[in-house]
Every structure is written in structure tokens, then in C-alpha cells.
Design a protein around this ligand. Structure first.
Ligand SMILES: Cc1cc2nc3c(=O)[nH]c(=O)nc-3n(C[C@H](O)[C@H](O)[C@H](O)COP(=O)(O)OP(=O)(O)OC[C@H]3O[C@@H](n4cnc5c(N)ncnc54)[C@H](O)[C@@H]3O)c2cc1C
Length: 378
């Protein structure tokens, strides 16, 4: 439950509210439609001082990693502000590179955590491809061919962590691997740059005989899919917290609106039909938040949380879609004018049902988890 948070966590939440009021809001008030590099730098600097920046970073890199529950509380709180600058409060985490050693650590993980390099995640394949991206072992190299169709931030990334199907030189299948591919490596090309409805930027990439050191494989050969999914699992809860925060923003926003004067002579909130809709939004948000906090606690317990995380991601993001849609309906046509906070959220909420696993595919995993693996709790 969101209630009954440990005292220490309540104090961190208060500190974050203070940070929002003293740092994020004043900087946001100065911004136009786009956040400026100056403001981003100021947020990062203030966040370092306040300690939030290090909550997503491992201890061995000077981080003070927070529990999943703490990160969930904070991410939801930041989501509730609907202020884009909150995206820069946390420092870069290790993501799929966590626990790498040797050249991968010194060449990629360390610079990522210092904020000097940025990676992007390449999993999705185009429907038109004759085969999924593959790599052939050639001595101490892996030679990669194929394509990835939807890489967020790939245009400005220094490297890509890509899921690759690996074969031995004799053609034997060796399983999947997550492989770090330098953006500047010979044979890597961006073939399309595009922006999605929510405003985020992506690229599709091709790999033509791209030769990378075999040591660029993260972990062991054959571990690619579980590693990719483990990373996605963490991000799924992050997306869920964002979706829950989104619902709360809409509820705050709509409450103010339906209490304000309306041309009909009475505030909209005095009309029973409006109250019914508003109540539905609250019911769904309450249930979504309850699932979110319970799952965060399951993750922190160390138990298998794959099913719970998938359930929460589907429910919170679909709830956000409905709550934002109802919010637009109650606000009226002005909510669809470009630049209105609900117009922007309407676009953002739609993409949440695809990122980190489309809703229907997660449903299939949830059913498989129970029917074939006997996993998952209610
Ligand atoms: C904003 C945004 C950012 C993204 N960023 C990244 C990124 O950084 N890296 C990355 O790798 N990808 C990224 N993606 C891609 C995203 O992961 C995929 O869109 C998502 O996984 C769905 O895959 P797909 O688009 O290929 O659709 P498909 O897999 O083709 O599915 C389309 C629809 O078909 C149905 N369907 C598919 N398979 C089945 C089935 N077996 N049974 C029943 N129904 C089915 C479902 O309704 C599904 O929604 C991003 C997407 C968005 C929108």
C-alpha cells in the first residue's frame, strides 16, 4: 500500500517534495516547451547535493542505491508533478551493464555512471527482416549482421546494447547474447530517424559485418534473453510508477477544474454525472497504486516478481490511458489544444502500453507464467 511507509521513507518523500518546490518548480517556470541544457545541468547539480542523483547508482561507484519501494515512491511523486525536469533528478544507472568486468566495465559501464557515455537498448526487430539480428563467432571477435527497428535515443547514443542470436563458426546455434556495439563501429548505420507520438526520438539501425570483441558479450553466451528481460523488468516498474504519477496529476488537475466556476452556472463537480466519472478515475487510480506499491515490496523481498511486475505494468499503464482520456472528457475541448497538459499526457499515455512489452504480450506471459510454470501470485 502507499500508506504505512516506513518513517525513513516518509522523510525522504518530504525531502523530495521540498526539492520539487525549491529546485524543480522555479526552474520549470522559466522553461518554454523544451527544457534547456542549463536547467538540466542545474537539476543534476542540485540533485547531486541533495543525494537523489546517487540513488540509482551502485555502491562501488559511490552510489547509495535506494530500495525499489523508495525509487517507486519518488518516481510516482515526480510523475505527479508532470514537470519534464524531474526526468533528470536520478543519475544514470548501470542497466543491462550491471556486474560487467574488464574492458566492458572500463570502456562502457564506468563512463556511463560518470555521465560521460550514453547507451541505448536495441531489442525490437522489424517485421520485414529475413532473420533476427545474428552474430557469428570468429576467433576472438563476433561478426554481427541484422537490424533493430526502434532504438530510443539511438541517434545520440555512444553505444547500443543489442540482443543478438549467436552462432559458432560451424553454424551451431550458441543461444542469445546481449552485446555492446559501439555506435561508431564500422558497419553500423542509422537508416531511419523518427519521433513517436509522445515526442521521444528513435532510430532504426542496420549492422553489416560489424566486428566486435567477443568480450563485448555481457555475461555468458546464451544469457542474452534473460538478461534483456531482467533489465526490462526493472524498467517496467519504473514505467508503472510513471503511469501512477500521471493518474494522480490528472486527478489533481481535474479536481481543480470541476470545483471552478462553469458557464452552466454551477461548477461541474456539482453534477452527479461528473461525480460518477470522477469517482471511477479515483477507483482505478487507487487500485493501480495499490498494485504498484505491493509489487515494489515483492521486488524488494527478493522473491520472483516477473509476473507481478508484468501485471502491474499492464494495469497501471492501461489505467493511465483511461484516466487521462476521462480527464480530457471532463475538461472539455480545450484539453486537446496543442500544448495543453492533458493533450501532452494523452499522447504520452498511449506509448506506455507498448514500451517495455506490449500489453497483450505481457498478458500472454502472465497466462504462461501460471499455466506452464506455476508462477505468480494473486
Ligand atoms: C515510445 C516507444 C519507445 C520504444 N523504445 C524502444 C527501445 O528503446 N528499444 C527497443 O528495442 N524497442 C523499443 N520500442 C519498441 C517496443 O518495445 C515495441 O513496440 C513493443 O515491444 C511491441 O513490439 P512491436 O511494435 O514489434 O509489435 P508486435 O510485436 O508486432 O505486436 C503488435 C500487436 O500485435 C499483437 N500481438 C503480437 N504478438 C501477439 C501474440 N503472440 N498473440 C497475440 N497478440 C499478439 C498485440 O496486440 C501487439 O500489441 C519502443 C516503442 C515505443 C512506442
Amino acid at each position: 500500500m502507499p500508506d504505512n511507509l516506513p518513517e525513513a521513507l516518509v522523510a525522504v518523500k518530504r525531502q523530495a517534495e521540498d526539492f520539487i518546490d525549491k529546485v524543480i518548480r522555479p526552474l520549470s517556470d522559466k522553461e518554454g516547451a523544451e527544457v534547456s541544457e542549463d536547467s538540466i545541468r542545474s537539476v543534476k547539480e542540485a540533485s547531486r547535493k541533495a543525494g537523489f542523483f546517487f540513488k540509482t547508482q551502485p555502491v562501488e561507484f559511490g552510489g547509495t542505491p535506494a530500495s525499489t519501494l523508495e525509487l517507486t515512491v519518488l518516481r510516482e511523486l515526480f510523475g505527479r508533478t508532470n514537470l519534464p525536469l524531474t526526468r533528470f533528478v536520478f543519475g544514470p544507472g548501470p542497466g543491462v551493464l550491471h556486474a560487467v568486468q574488464g574492458d566492458l566495465k572500463s570502456g562502457y559501464l564506468d563512463p556511463v555512471l560518470r555521465g560521460e557515455k550514453r547507451g541505448a537498448f536495441a531489442f525490437t526487430e522489424p517485421d520485414s527482416a529475413p532473420r533476427a539480428t545474428w552474430g557469428v563467432v570468429a576467433g576472438d571477435k563476433l561478426v554481427i549482421n541484422g537490424q533493430k527497428s526502434y532504438i530510443t535515443g539511438g541517434g545520440s547514443a555512444d553505444f547500443i546494447s543489442a540482443l543478438v542470436n549467436v552462432e559458432q563458426a560451424n553454424g551451431d546455434k550458441a543461444g542469445t547474447a546481449m552485446v555492446v556495439i559501439d555506435r561508431k563501429a564500422q558497419g553500423v548505420a542509422i537508416d531511419r530517424v523518427f519521433t513517436s507520438l509522445d515526442g521521444s526520438s528513435h532510430v532504426s539501425m542496420t549492422f553489416e559485418n560489424v566486428s566486435v570483441p567477443i568480450t563485448n558479450i555481457i555475461g555468458e553466451l546464451g544469457e542474452g534473453m534473460p538478461r534483456a528481460l531482467a533489465n526490462i523488468g526493472n524498467v517496467r516498474l519504473m514505467v508503472s510508477a510513471q503511469a501512477s504519477g500521471m493518474c494522480m496529476f490528472v486527478l489533481d488537475f481535474i479536481e481543480k477544474h470541476i470545483k471552478s466556476p462553469h458557464r452552466s452556472g454551477v461548477p461541474l463537480g456539482d453534477k452527479e454525472g461528473v461525480r460518477l466519472r470522477f469517482a471511477d478515475m479515483r477507483i482505478e487510480t487507487f487500485v493501480a497504486r495499490s498494485a504498484l506499491y505491493r509489487t515494489a515490496r515483492v521486488v524488494d523481498s527478493g522473491d520472483n516478481s516477473v509476473n507481478e511486475t508484468a501485471i502491474t505494468k499492464v494495469f497501471t499503464t492501461e489505467t493511465a490511458g483511461r484516466v487521462v482520456d476521462q480527464g480530457v472528457q471532463l475538461f472539455g475541448g480545450q484539453a486537446l489544444v496543442a500544448g495543453h497538459p492533458l493533450e501532452k499526457l494523452y499522447r504520452e499515455a498511449r506509448s506506455l502500453r507498448f514500451v517495455e512489452g506490449a500489453s497483450d504480450l505481457l498478458r500472454l506471459n502472465i497466462a504462461k507464467g501460471k499455466l506452464e510454470l506455476g508462477k505468480g501470485r494473486l
